[in-house]
Design a protein. Structure first.
Length: 363
């Protein structure tokens, strides 16, 4: 059983750079938490502080009921899987997996049982006598996972473990790690810069930017209700489109005014914009590619087709809308020529609204 509490965790380096700022979160036993964000956002530093590999500059970290700020990594009852596997090249797979248990003076019988059980879970029983140089990337990753499993830790920490694998193997290993989490029934904390991994693996996602937590929630909530413009742009592929609009009032109704076109705002959103005093102000519309549709209406906006991307079951159009890039999802049977003008609109209920200054969600 392993619950974690991070209370106002900070990391400040000697040169004054604050890599992680005031990170607070309660992690329940058996959760699969994914820290996601661009390079340099503080996600790996946060993981290394949990592991004890980085000193905590401020705040408190609890594993279970125990304050572990000053506890050494080997006494935190965690296991970490690294991006580069970190296998000993001169040892066999068996010895790599057994090494940590040997250091803990476990009996040969116990070591053999635990290594064989882990190998069976991961499907690598036939690799136990090989050396790392004889293994593929996916096999090395399984060995690294096996070395963590044999220790039966309270918490598994994984730092971009799939980033060195090719695309097909990454998808396969993603599924393997999800299954592993269900089998082991323990707490996983996983770092990635890949939002697809975050969306498919995590029970909850922590989105970070510049050392600051932007939003913590389950994948669907983060996708459907991003807290700010950054979260909206980072989660979702292709990423969210952003179009600035003025909110205007005419004949008792509110409209988006975009490039001299007036688009009526539905009542529930109009009420929110009225209540929050956004009339005559600029807001940013966040539109996912499936929220935009190609159509000819009086309120349609005109753009030029820059690129088309056929993916078999769907197609994306990349449009030039007065210097802004706009991505639209269309049926793969749609016929269009690059360089041609088309008209598009958007589905009212799928519009996200962000304050143009604070970039926080208005809704």
């Amino acid at each position: 059983m392993a619950e974690l509490k991070l209370k106002n965790i900070k990391k400040i380096y000697p040169n004054g750079f604050e890599a992680v700022k005031d990170f607070s979160m309660d992690i329940d036993d058996k959760e699969f938490i994914v820290l996601v964000g661009p390079s340099g956002c503080g996600k790996s530093t946060s993981l290394r502080m949990i592991a004890g590999l980085e000193e905590i500059s401020g705040g408190q970290l609890y594993i279970g009921e125990k304050l572990v700020n000053e506890v050494t990594p080997k006494n935190r009852d965690i296991a970490m899987v690294f991006q580069n596997y970190a296998l000993y090249p001169h040892m066999t797979v068996y010895d790599n997996m057994a090494f940590g248990l040997k250091l803990r003076k476990r009996s040969k019988a116990e070591i053999k049982e635990k290594v064989n059980n882990a190998a069976k879970i991961l499907g690598i029983e036939d690799l136990l006598n090989r050396k790392p140089k004889q293994l593929s990337g996916g096999q090395k990753q399984r060995v690294a996972l096996g070395r963590a499993i044999v220790r039966e830790p309270k918490v598994f920490l994984m730092d971009e473990p799939l980033s060195n694998l090719d695309a097909k193997l990454r998808v396969q290993m993603r599924a393997e790690i999800i299954k592993l989490h269900h089998k082991l029934k323990t707490t996983f904390i996983y770092v990635t810069h890949d939002q697809t991994e975050a969306m498919t693996m995590g029970t909850r996602i922590v989105v970070m930017k510049d050392g600051v937590v932007q939003q913590i929630d389950d994948p669907q909530t983060i996708y459907r209700h991003p807290a700010n413009k950054f979260v909206g742009s980072f989660i979702g592929s292709p990423q969210m489109n952003f179009i600035d609009s003025k909110i205007i009032e005419a004949n008792g109704k509110l409209y988006y005014e975009i490039k001299n076109k007036k688009i009526e705002i539905e009542e529930d959103r109009a009420k929110i914009l009225r209540d929050k005093l956004y009339i005559d102000k600029i807001v940013t519309l966040g539109l996912r590619p499936d929220a935009i549709e190609v159509r000819d209406k009086n309120d349609s906006l005109e753009a030029v087709v820059d690129v088309t991307e056929m993916l078999g079951s769907e197609m994306y159009l990349y449009l030039d809308f007065d210097g802004n890039n706009v991505t639209v999802k269309v049926d793969p049977s749609y016929k269009v020529e690059i360089g041609k003008k088309i008209n598009f609109g958007f589905k009212a209920k799928k519009v996200h609204l962000f304050d143009s200054e604070t970039e926080m969600s208005i809704l």
